[in-house]
Design a protein around this ligand. Sequence first.
Ligand code: PBG
Length: 338
Amino acid sequence: MQDKTHLVDEITGHRRMRRNRKADWTRRLVQENRLTVDDLIWPIFIIPGTNIVEPIDAMPGVNRMTVDRAVEAAREAADLGIPALATFPNIEMELRDETGSNSLEANNLINHATAAIKKAVPNIGVITDVALDPFTSHGHDGILRDGEIVNDETVEQVARAAVLQADAGSDIIAPSEMMDGRVGAIRRALDAAGHQDVGIMSYATKFASAFYGPYREAISTGGLLKGDKKTYYIDPANGTEAVRDAALDVEEGADMLMVKPGLPYLDICWRLKEAFGLPTFAYQVSGEYTQIKAAAMHGWIDGERAMMETLLAFKRAGCDGILTYFAPEVARLLARKG
Ligand code: PBG
C-alpha cells in the first residue's frame, strides 16, 4: 500500500506553511497587521436636553446622549486613547425643514456639542459631517426642489455650514452628502474664513447601501426619507466609478479619504490606498455593527471575535483607521490585553 505521508511530502517538498503557525509565539512574530487604539474613530449621537442617555433599539449598546453626557463620553474616550470622535445630531423635528436651514445656525446642536467637547477635552479630535440629512424634513442629504436634490445650491450651503462648524472648533470637516464639487468649495470657504488648519476627510466613496438602516433610526430620519439616495450615492456595483469620484476629491484638496460602508467594500479601500496613498478610513456603519451585535446576542456568533476580525480586515485592506461604534469596547479590550 502507498504510504500517505510520503505522498504529501512529494507534493509539499520543503514548503510547509504551517511551520510559521505552529505556536502562539511564531504567530505573533509573523503577524502582518495589528489593530491599535490609534486606529479608532468613535461616532456618537447627540440629542437636545441635559443629562439624558437613551438607547437606540436598532443598535444594541449604542446610545444617544445630550451634550453634557457627550462631554463625559469624550473624556472617557480620551482616557482610553481614542484619537477622535465623529458627531451626529438628532435634532428636534420642529427645527427640520425643506432646506435644512438649521445647519446654518451658528449655535445649533452639532456646533454646541463641538464647542462643549473641545472646551472640556481639547486633546480629542472632533470630526463633523456637513450633510443636511439631520436638518431636512425629507431626510435627504441636500436641498430638495421639484423632486430633485439640487447640487450647486447644496454645495453653497454645506460650505457655509462647514465654516460654522470650524468656528465652533471642529478639527476635521467630513462631507458625506456626495454632491459634486463639495470638497473644493469647502476648502475655499474654510481658507477664506482663516481655517487653513481645519482638514477635510471626504466621504469619497459613499455607496447607496442597505447598511445605513439603524443610523436612520438613531437620528430619526428613517421615517422621513422619501425615495432613496441613488441620484447622489454610488451604485454598489461600481468600483471604477468610485475610484474616479475619489480622484476628484483628491484633486479638490481632500486630506483624507473614507470608504462607506466598510466591510462589503474592502476592495475599494485597497484601490483608493493604492491609487492615492492618502490616509484612508473605512466607516463600519450602523448595519455592520448591528448584524454582529444581533447575532452575538442570540449566541449565534462570538461577538468579540467577530468585532476584532472585521476591524483587522480593514487594516489588511490598507485602511489607516476605522470609524466604528465598537470603538470604546475595542479600546477597553485592547487595554486589557496590554
Ligand atoms: C447621511 C449619513 C449616513 C450615515 C451617516 N451620515 C447615511 C444615510 O443615512 O444615508 C450612515 C452612518 C451609519 O449607518 O452608521 N449623510
